[in-house]
Design a protein around this ligand. Structure first.
Ligand code: FES
Length: 295
């Protein structure tokens, strides 16, 4: 039961917001054919092995929380000895907010349905918070201290709502988490007959209940989890090109050698199995060195 997500997804007034954000995201990240892919990978966190957006969001949240505490102290005591620190924290938060907006927009552009709408509201709240903090920063620098503190508090309240919705996107809508299976068989299990595996064709199979795909290339056999780590797309229905497979849903590209991500939006590597052939059967197990999930 997801009452908040259901309520937000029923808010049709957010449709133009989605369209506007989508147009900006396309112009920034998709229409730039020359640098688009590199910039997208950079902002997704493909190089980091983890989404970059939640890392960057800690900057404005941390900085603006600091500013709010120092501002409350100033209002409560009349002592402005920490005013310069609060003002600096507001500025640092604004720089972080720019990075959070770019990385978040890039990730959001690959969502659909409910997560897309919740994400649009999350973005709206954060844009409103950033606008307040921009005003606060300007007022603080132009001798309008009480106005700067007030707009700062308003920005902080909006940023809390934005952060809550960001958490909802992760924990309820599972955006940004690893969708590939984590519990892989630690002993070899048979998956298909070797004689049934043609060259250069992805074949679906089942490894102890885990959907996988198996490929033979140049005498070598590769096996990877079938559910894409990004949002669970069916990799076996994607495109096999040399030593890479491209997800049919959003175009993430993985190496079939080791499952590493070559092109985002995926950031987590695709589970890649150890393979052997025994008595004409292809068998797979979790790669050595992988720690089984204890839970
Ligand atoms: S599900 Fe999005 S790239 Fe595979």
């Amino acid at each position: 039961m997801d009452k908040i997500g259901d309520f937000i997804s029923g808010q049709s007034w957010l449709e133009p917001v989605e369209k506007g954000l989508g147009a900006v995201a396309d112009a920034l990240f998709l229409k730039n054919v020359r640098f688009g892919e590199k910039v997208r990978n950079l902002f997704h966190g493909t190089w980091l092995g983890h989404p970059l957006h939640p890392v960057i969001t800690d900057i404005p949240i941390g900085a603006w929380s600091t500013a709010a505490i120092l501002d409350v102290y100033e209002v409560a005591t009349g002592d402005d000895r920490f005013a310069a620190g609060a003002d600096a924290a507001v500025g640092i938060g604004l720089i972080g907010a720019a990075g959070a907006a770019l990385t978040g927009l890039n990730d959001w552009n690959y969502t659909s349905d409910k997560p897309r709408r919740v994400g649009a509201l999350h973005a709206m709240m954060n844009i409103a918070a950033t606008t307040c903090y921009l005003g606060s920063w300007w007022q603080r620098r132009n001798s309008c201290r009480s106005g700067g503190l007030t707009t700062g508090f308003a920005g902080f309240a909006l940023s809390i709502v934005g952060a809550y919705l960001g958490g909802h996107l992760v924990y309820n809508e599972r955006i940004g988490v690893n969708h590939a299976p984590e519990e892989l068989p630690d002993k070899f299990v048979p998956v298909m007959k070797e004689s049934e595996l043609p060259e250069n064709k992805m074949c679906k199979a089942d490894a102890d209940g885990i959907p996988i795909f198996v490929v033979r290339r140049g005498g070598r056999i590769f096996a990877l989890a079938e559910k894409c780590s990004h949002l669970g797309g069916p990799l076996a229905e994607g495109e096999l090109d040399g030593e890479t497979v491209t997800c049919p849903w959003h175009g993430s590209k993985f190496s079939i050698e080791d499952g590493s991500v070559l092109v985002g939006p995926a950031t987590y590597a695709q589970p890649c199995f150890e393979v052997r052939v025994r008595d004409g059967q292809i068998e797979v197990r979790a790669p050595r060195g992988m720690v089984p999930n204890p839970y």
